[in-house]
Design a protein around this ligand. Structure first.
Ligand code: ATP
Length: 246
């Protein structure tokens, strides 16, 4: 038998308010070094799947998860979010959630807070190479950056933590096409040149199928279809409902 995939979900179910089934029986795998896409429309359950992986569902709030999440074959479901981050699973949340009063550079530094000064410095140089625009704007307060610049800072902040698995929640949301291209070029570069494994959540199927190797389509909390991006692109339903062809 081969090595287990880097990340594996088995039969994951998530309830909100103890009763609303947001994720139903989801099993998926993210092999090391690949970029895997989760596609689906608004409210399909994509963000909830990321929450289940990051450990940010709270039973006391009626958020109940069952099934298993494993990293390199070892269960991580039930760990505290901080412990999951320390294992190298870093999420870039939808809406970016930067510290609006801090500068771009201070936001980056927050991402590297658990690392040595030297490691943090090296990571920051890497982020500035990847996003020269962030370097130019490093002393600007994050709240005053454009949407695209904020997304770059958010990705940069995640990279400061030296992720082995980077989870991106809708990085294209609300951004102009040109900025989206810049950001997706950077994501592709990270995956292909730096070997960062990526789990990409996107509503924009066209974009996601261009950069990922394999995709899962989520509808009403369930995986309704999965396959290589080549297979998905040829699928009639994908063409009609996700790629807008007919
Ligand atoms: P989006 O792109 O809008 O974020 P999504 O595919 O990520 O969509 P989720 O945010 O995971 O979808 O939501 C899945 C379902 O769970 C939706 O029906 C949503 O209304 C519901 N839901 C999400 N968060 C909560 C919550 N905190 N309490 C109750 N229901 C929730």
């Amino acid at each position: 038998p081969g090595a287990p995939p880097m990340l594996e979900l088995r039969n994951v179910q998530v309830l909100y308010d103890r009763a609303i089934e947001a994720v139903r029986d989801v099993s998926l795998a993210v092999p090391e070094g690949q970029m895997i896409a989760l596609l689906g429309s608004n409210g399909a359950g994509k963000s909830t799947i990321l929450k289940a992986i990051s450990g940010v569902l709270y039973q006391e709030n009626g958020e109940i998860m069952s099934g298993s999440v494993a990293l390199d074959g070892k269960p991580i479901s039930g760990l505290q979010p901080g412990d999951i981050v320390r294992k190298g699973i870093i999420q870039v949340p939808e809406g970016r959630a930067l510290f609006a009063q801090l500068t771009a550079e201070e936001n980056l530094l927050m991402g590297g807070i658990t690392r040595s000064r030297a490691d943090s410095r090296a990571a920051m140089d890497m982020v500035y190479d990847l996003f020269p625009r962030v370097k130019e704007r490093r002393h600007q307060t994050a709240g005053y950056l454009s949407g695209g610049e904020q997304q770059m800072v958010a990705i940069g902040r995640a990279l400061m933590a030296n992720p082995s698995l980077l989870m991106l929640d809708e990085p294209s949301l609300g951004l102009a096409p040109q900025v989206v291209d810049t950001i997706f070029d950077a994501i592709l570069n990270l995956n292909q040149s730096s070997g960062v494994t990526v789990l990409l959540v996107e509503q924009n199927a066209q974009l996601a199928l261009d950069v990922a190797s394999y995709g899962y389509i989520i509808e009403n909390g369930r995986i309704v279809l999965d396959g290589t991006v080549e297979t998905l692109r040829k699928n009639d339903d994908v063409q009609e409902f996700y790629l807008g062809m007919s």
